[in-house]
Design a protein around this ligand. Sequence first.
Ligand code: PHE
Length: 352
Amino acid sequence: MNLEALEQLLQDTKANAEQAIAAADSIDALRSAESKVLKGPLADALKNIKQFDAADRGRAGQSINAAKKDVQMLFADAQTKLMSADVASERKKSADFDPTLPPPLKRRGAFHPVTAVQREVERLFRGLGFAVVGGPEMETEFYNFEALNIPEMHPARDSQDTFWLTNGWLLRTHTSPCQVRAMQRFGPPMRVIAPGRCFRYEAIDASHENTFFQLEGLLIDKDISIAHLIAFMKLLLRQVFQRDVEVRLRPGFFPFVEPGFELDMSCAICDGKGCPTCKRSGWVEILPCGMVHPNVLRHGGIDPHEYTGFAFGLGLTRLAMMKYGVGDIRILNSGDLRGIVHPDRLQGERIA
Ligand code: PHE
C-alpha cells in the first residue's frame, strides 16, 4: 500500500463511521459499531505498517493514528448527543410528579466498596511511613507516558487506549504519572501512595470499565531490592483479606519498571475454579509492580546510581470486587449497590 491508497482508506473509514453513527439508535449499537469500524481496515493498516516504504512509515503511522482519533471523537460526540436526548425524554416523563406520594424510605449510608478498600490500604501504608498524595485526572502526555519511559510511537501507548482531550492533554490511563510528580515534589528517600480514578477507552464488560480506580505505590531509598517489593506486596494482600492469599508472580512488561512483574491472586469470586471475572483462568491480575526504571528516576531528578526503588499499581476496583465478591465491574459504577453484602458490617446487612 502507498500513502495515496492509505488516504483513500482513511476517508472511507471516516465515511463508514459517519454512516454507522447515523444508523445507531442506542449507546450499545454505537459502541459495537465503533469497535467494528476501529477493528477494520484501519487496524489492519497499522498492523501491516511494514508494507509501506521505510520513508513513508512514520507519516503513515501518524495519519492512521490521527484518523483513529477522529473516528473516536465522532463516536464520542454521537454518544454524548444520544445520552442528552435520553435525559431530556426522562425529564419530560417526570413532569407529572406527584407531591402527595410518601417520601422514599431513608436508609443509612455506607462507603462505596472501592472507597472502603482504598481507606483500608491507605491506613496500612500510612502505618508504614507512606504519604498519601493525589494527582490530576487530566494529565499531560509527559507525565502519563514520556516521563514513564514510554516515548511517542512506543507500542505500549496502544495498550493503554487513551481518552485524548482537545487541548492535547489526556485523561490519565493509570496512576503512574503520580510517580514522577512525587519524585519532583519530595526527592529521595521517599514513600508515597497515590490512589485515584483512571480512564481507558475500552469496551465495557464484566471485568473492564472505562473508569476505574488504582492505587500507585512508590518507595525509593538506598539499597532497595525485589525482596522488599515482594514483602510489601504480601503484607498488603494479607491485610486486605485478613488471611494468606494465594498469589503468583509472573514477569510483566511495563516500560517504567525493570524488572517488572504481574502479581496475580487466586480469584475470590470462584475460589480459583474459573468464572467470567477471571476469564476462566482462576487468577486475577491485581498488582502489577516492579523496580523503578533508571530513566524514570532520572525524569524525577533522582540519581539511579545512588537510589533504587519499587513501584506498584494496585487495581483498587478489582481488589474491591475480590473482597466484596462483586462478579461484575459494571455494578460498582452503577449507583445501585443493593446486592452487595458489606463484610465489615453486621452479618447479612446490605450495603445500601
Ligand atoms: N501503571 C500500570 C498500569 O496501569 C501498572 C503498574 C504500576 C505497573 C506500577 C508497574 C508499576 O498498567
